[in-house]
Every structure is written in C-alpha cells, then in structure tokens.
Ligand binder design. Structure first.
Ligand code: NAD
Length: 279
C-alpha cells in the first residue's frame, strides 16, 4: 500500500471530530448523473436553470418533469460501496476511528442514498443522526401554501408525470402539464401546490448552525465527489484547514483548491475510499 494511504488511515484513526463533505460524485457509481464533471447533466441539460425558485414560479410543469426524472432515477438506485464505507465509518463501534470520536456526513446530495446505506447497518436513530442532507431530499415534498414537509416515495409522484417520457435528452422541449395535475398537498383543507423539498440556488441550505459548529470543531475533513463550486459546502474544507485541521480529497479529477489538501486521492471514490480506509 502507498504511504499516503497509510498516513490518511492513521489520521482518521486519531481524529477526534471528522466531517465528510459529499457531492454528486459519491452517487455516480449508483447510476445517478452528476451536474458537472465527466458525464455530468450539464452536458445535456442546463440543470441550474431549473433548480431555482424563479424557475418553479415561472413553469412548475417543466421543473416538476425535471425532478420527476431525477426522483425515478434515485428511487431505482442503490447505495454503492462508497456510501457503504461511510455508513460503516459512522457507526460508533467502527474500528477505523478512535473511541469517542465523532463522524458526521454532510451531503449536498438529495438522493437519500447515504441514509439508505446507514439504515442498512444501524438503527434509524443512529443512521439519521450521522447524516445531514444540507440540500434537502428529492424524495420529500414541501407544500407551497402550508409549508408541510413530508417524505414521498411514490413512483410516479402523480399520474400526469408518470405518463411523461423518462428521458431529458429526447423529451425536450417538455410538454406542458396543467397546474391542477401536478402534485398537491393532501392535508385536509389545503390542496396547495407541492414542490420538491430540495434547496434551490439562492435558498439557504439546511441546518447551517449545526454545520458551522461541526466545521469549526473538525480536525479532519474528508471531501468526496464534489466539484467544490457550490457554496457554502465548497468552503468547509478550507475552513477546517485554516483551523489547523487536515483535509483529504477523493475525486475523479482535480478540483479548485485541492493543492491545499493534505491528501488527494484521484480516481472513483468507491475504489479510493475502499483502499484508503482499508475495509
Ligand atoms: P457536481 O456535479 O458539481 O460535481 C461532481 C463531482 O464529482 C465532479 O468533480 C466529478 O469529477 C466528481 N465525480 C464524478 N464521479 C466520481 C466518482 N465516481 N468518484 C469521485 N468523484 C467523482 O456535484 P456537486 O459538487 O455535488 O454539486 C453541486 C450540486 O448538485 C449540489 O447542490 C447537489 O445537490 C446537486 N446534485 C445532486 C445529485 C445527487 O443527489 N446525487 C446529483 C447531481 C447534482
């Protein structure tokens, strides 16, 4: 084994507070397209133009079709080896980190796969406690009128979306679905329009107070499969480094600021994490 893998493993074992900052590359091996990087959704579709509150106000039908497509992909996907490694590291009994140390996964992903992986190895309380979905979940909805948020794993989420072709490439321009046929709140007396419970560009990520505290206390930051272009997540590793902590980056390719990292493991994270952790 190469020496830098061993030094990473030793540091993981001795760190008191580890955070893992995840991006779309973590789920790439599960068949979920990234936005940027090789094979990213940007190549075929301008995802950013749909991931805004303004786009939803302007054309909820098109935005719902984009999210319907992504929901169906997420519902059909399973966690890959990288999710499973992080889930096993988050167990308090993990032999790969020190007794009494903390380990938190802060994910920008909205696909729910980190939670699925954690639920497979721990009880629901421990699994949910280990993961922060800072950009929300594509498998939950929020009512535009009453703000009620709930998990929704229905496939399709409504009949009208189910009849849409599941291919962004071939179905452009997308057909118009009447507002009344889009998902609506089922709470008594409400019937407001539902939106995906995700954080769109221009909106505040979730649980930021908790995340800022974790970042401030972390002595190790592991960055997995993110292009490090979307803030605030892109700044977490730098903040940990500034506080004297260590940073390890796992990505297919070089990303902004990675020359500042203590370890740079280039390659598919489902392989490099496996080698680095030594599972
Ligand atoms: P991104 O698409 O901008 O970047 C993905 C990164 O992953 C790239 O740097 C790419 O080189 C790397 N990558 C691809 N395959 C990899 C692999 N097998 N191993 C390691 N690295 C790999 O993703 P991001 O930085 O998370 O972008 C930001 C936004 O995109 C987030 O807000 C997130 O909510 C959203 N997003 C989420 C999902 C998802 O939930 N799975 C998918 C696409 C986009």
């Amino acid at each position: 084994m190469q020496a830098h893998y061993q030094t990473f493993r030793d540091t993981l074992k001795h760190s008191k507070h580890t955070i893992v900052v995840c991006g779309a590359g973590l789920s790439a091996a599960s068949g979920i397209p990234t936005f940027r990087g090789a094979g990213g959704l940007w190549r075929t579709f301008n995802a950013i133009s749909l991931a805004t509150p303004q786009a939803f106000d302007r054309d909820p039908s098109v935005v719902w079709q984009f999210y319907h497509y992504r929901r169906e992909v997420a519902l059909a996907a399973s966690p890959n080896r990288a999710h499973n490694i992080l889930a096993s590291l988050s167990l308090s009994s993990s032999p790969f980190r020190g007794p009494g140390s903390s380990f938190k996964v802060i994910t920008q992903n909205v696909d729910g796969l980190s939670i699925n992986a954690a639920l497979a190895v721990s009880n629901p309380t421990e699994a949910l406690d280990a993961i922060i979905q800072m950009h929300g979940s594509i498998l939950s909805t929020t009512c535009m009128d009453c703000d009620h948020e709930e998990e929704n794993r229905s496939s399709p989420i409504c009949e009208a979306l189910g009849s849409q072709e599941l291919s962004l490439e071939s179905s452009l321009p997308l057909g118009n679905i009447p507002l009344v046929d889009l998902p609506h709140c089922t709470r008594e007396g409400c019937n407001g329009l539902l939106r995906p419970a995700v954080v769109w560009f221009g909106e505040e990520p979730r649980r930021m107070n908790e995340i800022n505290e974790l970042v401030d206390n972390a002595d190790l930051c592991i960055v997995v499969g993110t292009s490090s272009t979307v803030y605030p997540a892109a700044g977490f590793a730098f903040a940990v480094k500034e506080n004297g902590g260590k940073v390890a980056i796992f990505n297919l390719e070089r990303t902004p600021g990675d020359d500042e990292a203590d370890w740079l493991f280039l390659g598919p994270c489902e392989d490099t994490l496996f080698t680095a952790v030594g599972l």
